[in-house]
Design a protein around this ligand. Sequence first.
Ligand SMILES: NC(=O)c1ccc[n+]([C@@H]2O[C@H](COP(=O)([O-])OP(=O)(O)OC[C@H]3O[C@@H](n4cnc5c(N)ncnc54)[C@H](O)[C@@H]3O)[C@@H](O)[C@H]2O)c1
Length: 252
Amino acid sequence: MEQGLKNKVALVTGGAQGIGRAIAQRFADMGATVGVLDIQLDRAEQAAQEIRESGGNAQAFGGNVALRETFTSAVAALEQQHGRFDVLVNNAIWVRYSPIDAITPEMLERMTATGFHSIVWGIQAATPAMERNGGGSIINIASAAGFLGIPGALVYCGVKAGALGLTRSAAVELGPRKIRVNAIAPGSVPTEGVRMHLDDTLTAKRLARTPLGRLGHVDDIAAAAAFLASDESSFMTGESMLVDGGVTHALL
Ligand SMILES: NC(=O)c1ccc[n+]([C@@H]2O[C@H](COP(=O)([O-])OP(=O)(O)OC[C@H]3O[C@@H](n4cnc5c(N)ncnc54)[C@H](O)[C@@H]3O)[C@@H](O)[C@H]2O)c1
């Protein structure tokens, strides 16, 4: 898959850090031109700069994924500059865990807007551009939490289960237009975003019930995204791919 994304143009949301950053790097390493979109514009610019320094093509976009215009303008800019648009990774989300009693309207709105509405707007903006060049691949970063019940994560589990349902519906509707839509469901990957929720006790518990005996690494998720973005997965759509060390299937 070394140059498996050559001549493709991709947009990765939440690309400034963590899993999104690793996906953007991997896509660029495989020959894609990558738009790194994030609400932290300075960090998105830094990520794009580092990708360029490593020999890849990348440009930064600042924007809030909760807003439809963020996607329409980024997709239009990429298509205008590079003549095509092929791959969208819906990765960004704002997350807070909370017991049910302490969920506030602001938490609910911000998590659903960034983790669910964003996928709707991303798909809507990406599909006409993908269709103009004969198809494309949309990858929604869901979570093992979309399959599980995690205490204190009511909204997160619901938003991620929603992302899985939305992936299936989009795949069926967009298949005839040669647009594939798949989801990746990562297990725990200690990124900046996750470290604030994962203390040593919880990490030890998760490790103890993970058959492969380790937490995930951002590159584990980037490798799955690279596969789903490339033509290697050209007969896959509507799929939810667990990349979780086996934890979701374990009864230990
Ligand atoms: N890390 C894990 O353990 C894990 C496990 C399962 C699923 N996931 C999923 O993977 C994805 C990435 O997770 P991560 O751990 O890298 O997260 P992270 O918090 O480290 O990074 C998220 C990125 O999204 C950006 N972002 C947040 N709100 C935004 C907004 N409104 N508009 C644009 N950008 C915004 C942030 O600035 C940040 O760069 C998320 O969808 C997360 O739910 C992560």
